[in-house]
Design a protein around this ligand. Sequence first.
Ligand code: PLP
Length: 395
Amino acid sequence: MINTNYSNLKANYLFSTVAEKVRAYSEAHPDADVIKLGIGDVTKPLAKSVIEALHKAVDENAVAETFMGYGPEQGYGFLREALAKYYKTLGADVDADEIFVSDGAKSDIANILDIFDKNCHVVIPDPVYPVYLDTNIMDGRQVSFLNANEGNIFLPMPEDLMSDAQPDIIYLCSPNNPTGACYNKEQLKVWVDYANKLGAVILFDSAYEIFADKDGLPRTIFAIDGARTCAIEIASLSKTAGFTGTRCSYTVVPKELVRDGQSLKDMWFRRQSTKFNGTPYIVQRAAEAVFTEQGYAEILENIKLYQTNAKIITDTLDELGIYYTGGHYSPYIWLKCPNNMSSWEFFDFFLEKAQVVGTPGEGFGENGKGFFRLTAFNTPDRTQEAMNRLKEILK
Ligand code: PLP
């Protein structure tokens, strides 16, 4: 009667164990000044333009003449047009008709699997955002891993596949959570050519694209030649514009993406219009404001602040000679635990000796063992203080 695949899910106690350890420590040391660098959520409030758009849209709904009921399942044209223009600035031609507005990348990452066969062979990087693995386990799909490690600077390529079975679906996340590593154009081109050759589909998660705003790095897979016949991109305003609580994302399925004679765009449209009734009008107006000149300048201010925090962390790790990836194009910094400590040993050491909280790497996959994730979402002062303490305890 029930989906027995759920019994194959590994319980992930990572975040609850972290919370419990911090709670116990704070209870035993009520005066301790604990600094949290484990936060995976943004901390800056919504931009002024976004707030104004929200207020205006709320007021429109207060009168019959401008009240908005059900909207188009794919998203309002005004937002899809704004997103198509945004894609142009990222060097990609995407039609408004290929963009599907949604209420979060997490939902789309899970829901997109509806259009794929349960017998597909799925390839997932290790370590990575755990939702890819769990949603496939729930469907009972065969999963193999891509070996991300120090040797490939946590940017696995096709030769790092840990199985001989031919992939049907390949997940890529760049800039990556948790490693912060970001593929360059040449590397993504290798992936695109590989997927086209095999007829595989790349599910490209670009939730952190705004942090890769330098050094010519690709911020969308559609900046790569050939991606339109092999890729689906899932993007989000959560980290870009602080929409973690407001909820808005978008998924791009190009017209040219066809498998077994079927247009995946048409299938996704069918799926969404059957099972989803659209993102709230109010939220879509707020999202539209992000892509105005003023709105974008405002959100970049917040991103710059997070980038400053990331730099404080990477400068400290450079000074201490600790191996890490990320930070330069990402709000995540993925470091090798000093003195060969395990992830949890370092977690306890950092909390007890310096009252700083991070996230043990092993929560993101086997290859996370011995690694640790710090995030750039605290304030510059607190981030600097945490790094001063790190230097002190490693003296
Ligand atoms: N993709 C990655 C890689 C993430 O790290 C997250 C959130 O942390 C998401 C997707 C989820 O984004 P959303 O808030 O749009 O559901």
